[in-house]
Ligand binder design. Structure first.
Ligand code: FAD
Length: 396
């Protein structure tokens, strides 16, 4: 097995690096690396800059507006974007819903919704979880009753990331009131400004507003907003989750964070000595670096088993666990490094190339938000169940 990138891939890497150094909005890189809160306009400007270059929908096949890259090119692009400190895209439209739309949507639905995602004028939210249905998603109760050419939707969705930025929300709803599990569920797109939709903010442990509760009170939606067949929404939802779980790798971000940690550790010991010579810290750092390397190879292995635009299989659950535990290991190390300075804005690492250094508060916020990584997209326990049953074929 050759683990090196080809000469063409390395050339591609240089082109991507050059783009982020010279042509991507510099103020956004500055804002990301200073750990500032991002507003919708930041995401839109970043995504529209990428769209102008033809580099926004990087996971879509060429016929639907993707750049037609190989999986290795896509991997290199994602890595360079994060090493440069550019802003990741909001995934709901581009990474999750887009592939469902071009795979299962009608021609009319593709014409209606793909362009807005491709030029970042339309933002989407994901309405899966409910107050009483998270891990056991098939027990969801939000219902859509058919009334002539419309559905009437009633119920609640919760933990809906970026619903306050969204124009549309794709929802899993129960269209067969007699059903109890997977079969009576449909996948329906709702204009979030429809009468009867209310978006209620939830502030998370890092003090930021990423999350929301979305209430549906007699919301009328035309039947042409349903993706695919009525009652078959579970199938489309699972296809989407394969894409979602593969999107958590963020190898570039982990490498950039490790570089900042090492940079800071050189002078963070007692009296300005190097923490890299402290056997306890050095051993934790080595473990974390090995975890990031393992993540890198696992990501490449899982991506190479997938064609661009095709559905990642249940192996994406392996990647989800590895990626999210790796992110938590890195942010735990960051917090240890910051120590008591984690309660302040004090700098704990120096700037590194284009990026700013870390402040104590950034380490703490990141540590706190990263607790959610092993929950969203399906908890680690649920991923282990998927691996046991679907990948290893074990019986419960
Ligand atoms: C930051 C964040 C963003 C999110 N964004 C979105 C979003 O945009 N859209 C959306 O729809 N949802 C979103 N979610 C919701 C997320 O998908 C759910 O939180 C997750 O699926 C877990 O569901 P729950 O919170 O109801 O926990 P529960 O399902 O109640 O689980 C509680 C605990 O029990 C364990 N458990 C449950 N069942 C089993 C089992 N069978 N075997 C072993 N252990 C089990 C779980 O692992 C967990 O530890 C988000 C969540 C977070 C934290």
């Amino acid at each position: 097995m050759d683990l090196n990138f080809s000469a063409e891939d390395e050339l591609f890497r240089l082109q991507v690096r050059d783009y982020f150094k010279n042509d991507y909005p510099k103020d956004i890189i500055a804002k990301v690396s200073a750990g500032k809160s991002m507003v919708k306009a930041d995401y839109q400007r970043s995504e529209q800059a990428l769209a102008k270059k033809g580099w926004l929908a990087v996971n879509w096949p060429k016929e639907h507006g993707g750049p037609g890259w190989s999986v290795v090119q896509r991997y290199i692009f994602d890595e360079e974007l994060e090493i440069a400190g550019a802003l990741n895209v909001i995934p709901m439209g581009l990474l999750y819903f887009g592939p469902v739309l071009y795979t299962f949507g009608s021609e009319a639905q593709r014409e209606r919704w793909l362009p807005g995602i491709l030029n970042s004028t339309t933002f989407w939210a994901q309405g899966y979880s409910e107050p009483g249905a998270g891990s056991d998603l098939a027990s969801l109760t939000c219902r859509a009753d058919r009334q002539g050419d419309e559905y009437c939707i009633n119920g609640s969705k919760i933990w809906t990331s970026y619903a306050h930025f969204a124009d549309w929300i794709f929802c899993l709803v129960r269209t067969d009131p007699a059903s109890t599990r997977h079969d009576g569920i449909s996948f329906i797109c709702v204009d979030i400004r429809s009468p009867g939709v209310e978006v209620i903010p939830i502030r998370s442990i890092d003090g930021e507003h990423h999350l929301n509760r979305v209430e549906f009170n007699n919301v009328r939606v035309p039947i042409e907003n349903r993706i695919g067949d009525e009652g078959k929404g579970w199938h489309y939802a699972q296809y989407l989750l394969g894409h979602e779980r593969t999107s958590y790798a963020h190898v570039g971000a982990r490498k950039a964070e490790l570089a900042l940690i090492k940079n800071a550790a050189r002078t963070a010991g007692v009296g300005g000595s190097s923490l890299l010579k402290d056997p306890l810290f050095a051993s934790k750092l080595a473990r974390t670096e090995i975890a990031v390397k393992t993540l890198e190879y696992t990501t490449l292995r899982i991506l190479s088993a997938t064609q661009v635009g095709a559905a990642p299989g249940n192996e994406s659950s392996i990647l989800k666990i590895l990626a999210t535990e790796c992110a938590q290991a890195v942010s735990t190390l960051m917090l240890e490094l910051a120590g008591a300075d984690g309660l302040t804005e004090k700098a704990v690492s120096l700037p590194l190339s284009e990026r700013q250094g870390l402040s104590g508060a950034m380490c703490t916020e990141k540590y706190l938000f990263d607790r959610a990584q092993t929950i969203y997209g399906g908890t680690t326990e649920i991923q282990k169940n998927v691996i046991a049953k679907q990948v290893l074929g074990l019986r419960s």
